[in-house]
Write a new protein. Structure first.
Length: 85
């Protein structure tokens, strides 16, 4: 699966911004069939940065979200690069 098909869009909710600032994490809406490994490889390929951990959840609306953690403090830089901050 193409990395740009796995990651649908970044989310910049209030909680996502808090996670970015305190836990160096970003929140993405992802394809419902995407696995954690697929999400990790896609984020690493798109942003050219190492991912340390991926946690996923499915909302009650049926959308799948992924919390992506980074080893280095780059979450804010990526949000700025995407134009969300």
């Amino acid at each position: 699966m193409d990395p740009y098909q796995v990651i649908k869009k970044p989310l910049s909710t209030e909680k996502a911004v808090r996670e970015m600032e305190s836990g160096n994490k970003l929140l993405f809406e992802v394809d419902h069939k995407a696995t954690k490994t697929m999400i990790k490889k896609s984020v690493e390929k798109i942003f050219n940065i190492k991912v340390s951990e991926v946690n996923t959840l499915v909302t009650k609306e049926g959308k799948k979200r992924a919390y992506v953690s980074f080893k280095e403090g780059v979450a804010a830089d990526i949000m700025t690069q995407m134009g969300l901050m």
